[in-house]
Design a protein around this ligand. Structure first.
Ligand SMILES: C[S@@+](CC[C@H](N)C(=O)[O-])C[C@H]1O[C@@H](n2cnc3c(N)ncnc32)[C@H](O)[C@@H]1O
Length: 269
């Protein structure tokens, strides 16, 4: 018999916390998004995401988004001309919102509720492109296993597009615009963060929430996870752009920290 305790099941606990946040996000966003997506061709994608997707040539491609939340980005991808679009997320409450938004946009799309580490085998090798965007990698306790799972979704020659918060900015204490930038954490921190004040990054409402645990991954961990998954680097760019609802102090300062990055990695033919 082993004395070693099993590792905590971070992902199921996190999914409960996300499920709890879904009706709160719905209150802040759904009416506005339903109105927006009922306009033909509406896209919520910013300039960077649109540029990379257009460069990748998504028209007619089969696209998946892992951790798609309310589907707003994937619905926008569909409006850019993608063929089959499948969104995966572990919180059913967000997928219900996604289905309603896709219907408002007039798109036929699939939304599948599952853990990102355990996507049903029927989706293996089904996609030309998988997107992972804005606030996903930090929820993954094992970054190598995550990219291995996502790489399995690709057709030969298919690509993964990552658009994420830069891990350097995560080390800065979040604050209102105008507050000084205060370096809080080591870039080499290994311990996870546990938040119990909720995941309302739209309204800023705090509540007595189920615990949500997030993880620090260095850029080198992320790049090596893609290499270990058998993918090759095609594009990597660090950007000064703020893509979260958190680090307004860094955005307002002229300190010059990288705030986001784009990455494209490809499976061999
Ligand atoms: C911050 S959102 C990011 C998605 C999107 N870019 C957005 O801006 O809405 C994170 C999403 O990841 C999902 N998630 C977190 N851990 C997951 C896991 N292990 N499996 C599946 N989904 C997960 C959550 O349910 C949540 O919808």
């Amino acid at each position: 018999m082993s004395n070693t305790a099993p590792p905590p099941d971070y992902t199921s606990a996190n999914l409960e916390a996300w499920e709890e946040a879904a009706p709160i996000h719905w209150r802040h966003n759904q009416a506005r998004l339903l109105k927006a997506f009922s306009q033909p061709g509406f896209s919520c994608l910013d300039e960077t995401e649109t540029r990379i997707l257009k460069n990748l040539g998504i028209a007619g491609k089969d696209v998946a988004q892992v951790c798609c939340n309310n589907g707003q980005e994937l619905i926008s991808v569909k409006s850019l001309g993608a063929a089959r679009c499948v969104g995966f997320d572990g919180a059913q409450g967000f997928l219900d919102q996604a289905r309603e938004l896709a219907e408002a946009a007039g798109h036929r799309m699939e939304f599948v509720c599952c853990d990102a580490y355990d996507i049903p085998a029927e989706y293996a090798g089904a996609f030309d492109l998988v997107t992972i965007t804005i606030g996903v990698l930090g929820w993954m306790p094992d970054i190598d296993a995550f990219f291995a799972a996502v790489a399995r979704l690709l057709k030969p020659g298919g690509a993964i597009f990552v658009y994420e918060h830069h891990p350097v900015v995560v080390m800065v204490k979040p604050a209102q615009a105008g507050k000084p930038v205060e370096w809080e954490l080591s870039y080499f921190r290994k311990e996870p963060f546990v938040e119990t004040e909720g995941l309302d990054y739209y309204g800023g409402e705090t509540y007595d929430a189920k615990p949500a645990t997030s993880f620090c991954h260095r850029l080198s961990d992320i790049l090596m996870a893609t290499v270990n998954a058998g993918l090759s680097l095609e594009w990597f760019e660090e950007l000064p752009d703020h893509i979260s609802n958190t680090w307004w102090n860094v955005e307002a300062s002229d300190i010059g920290l990288p705030m986001s990055y784009t990455l494209v990695v490809r499976k061999p033919d």
